[in-house]
Design a protein around this ligand. Sequence first.
Ligand SMILES: [Zn+2]
Ligand SMILES: [Zn+2]
Length: 420
Amino acid sequence: MHDILPEHAERWRALESLIHDFAGRFGYGEIRTPLVEHTDVFQRTIGEATDLVEKEMYTFTDRGGRSLSLRPEGTAGVMRAYLEHGMASWPQPVRLYYIAPMFRYDRPQKGRYRMHHQFGAEIIGSPSPAADVEVLSLPIRLIQALGLTEVSVRLNSVGDATCRPAYVEALRTYFTTHVDRLCDDCRRRLAVNPLRILECREPECHAVAMGAPPSRDYLCGPCREHLEGVKTLFSAVGIPYVEDPMIVRGLDYYTRTAVEIFSGRLGGAQNAVLGGGRYDGLAEQLGGPSTPGVGFGQGIERLLLVLEAEGLRVPRSVGQHDGVAVFVASVGSAAGVEAFKLLDQLRRAGIRSVGEMQGRSLRAQMKQADKLGVRYAVILGEQELAARQAGVRDMRNGTQDAVALDQVLPTLSARTTEDR
Ligand SMILES: [Zn+2]
Ligand SMILES: [Zn+2]
């Protein structure tokens, strides 16, 4: 797990405010569900025989003897809330998004944390391919706005309850003939869910999987029609995609559309930035009525790493600044009191300001102001105080003006407004 320190928290907040902005533009409402759910919520949806539930969940018993788990992903909790609050009676479909921490007892590696954050959105109540493409274009348009202009979609359909059983059997038959080349985990998967072998990162398993029959050969009519609808709409909005039979999503509740979204050139270096898919079977697994849904989850740490690697900055929203704008330097206790009053005024006027409290020399204070990268320094020495004045220094060009004490606030208000 990791701490987010002030220097980085600025980037987080800028990204979060952009996410809220984009989600709003797409008509999605924010949902905040608890960090913990009954363990049952994840066991019923993600499945007991998955690594996620068996090895990676933070599960504990509370004082009332209930088994609770820190959420490892966002969709199950959102669907639980959809059912619990009777959102089926709201205007359909229901569009929801969240920015929230997720917990997985994963092997630690660069950019992967046991607590990480996800931006996710779900559109619940529509079986239309338009829902798939709408919810997936939300993060695509967002990352394009961040400057990751080369975005592409790897698209597949994993079928539905009608056609998937035949496909899973075909996979089982295929992998059984190559069982001696599979890793131990995959041998287990062969019995439980051979689909998951397609996602194994072991080179030998991957090599075997490349020769597996593709799901598109097993799709029923309605699933085929759905996939065509998704392709038509991606093309209509100019989002490039390629069909990739290896994209299956690891969780049992996914049906039909499965995608991974990459930044970078197709064929060249690429980064997977998010994944998503349709989960028409999820509501029933939670004991609700059959309800179609589709969504995605995007790791925020991962996205920030990709942005950093590409040398891209998150654009700041109006009203946000990098760091502190004003440093109020003072020498002597009488000036210290004036400085404190001035800081209070500046802060109440919305100007980010800090002052001296270590009793350093003026020279050391100006060094400090420089280190903080402030735009202006206000200097209150005994001389200035006697004249009821302060020095206002523009740190960028070093010019300094003497300003009457009661004019410092209006002067800095005007200048910092201009700077924006
Ligand atoms: Zn394997
Ligand atoms: Zn089907």
